[in-house]
Design a protein. Sequence first.
Length: 216
Amino acid sequence: MSKKPLKKSIAIIGEGLTEWMYFDYIRRNRRYSFSLKPDLPKHSSYTYIFAKAEELCSKGFDVAFCVLDVDTILRENSLQEFRRSCGELPNKIIPITSYPCIEIWFLMHFMKTPQNRVYDSYEAIKKVLHTYLQGYEKTEGYFNTSGIFEKLEENNGLDTALKNSGAILTDLGREKDIFRSSFSEISLLIRHLDGCKNCNFQQDCKNCIRTLSTFF
């Protein structure tokens, strides 16, 4: 009797409430097989998140994606240290960054064309995002009552975001200064999860981590 193929164990570790609630929606809506760890993060520092990822991998997870905002890292003048930390990570731990924050990914759902523009803070993006998501704020109450994540996917919004993000990442990949435009690598994570879903999240799938190239 043949054994049932083992499933790949994937963890996504976010900085805070926004990341947790967004990926919880994505997991349910797109029927992805991954775990959100921890249930609700208490610390947003990348050192804590990397440590949590290493702990999960030591307990049997095949891969851990760390979803991080770059604005805090830049504000604390710790970019060089962050780069060094990323370079020391094992292949199983993948940093997925957004500059300045995850809200640029939300905004990409509404861009008619890719925009090579710098938003240097959450507040700068929030002003523009209010055009499409009235009253947007980083609170559990807003996320639970606004239907924000459903609104993001209206009118093929996710496909739009994937295309916009992909074009910006490709353009920045040709340049030495990746901070000449705001960007989000969440598109890479979504496409990776789609690939895993197509392979039914089989643990021995060869079409996996080694093909994923991120900025850090």
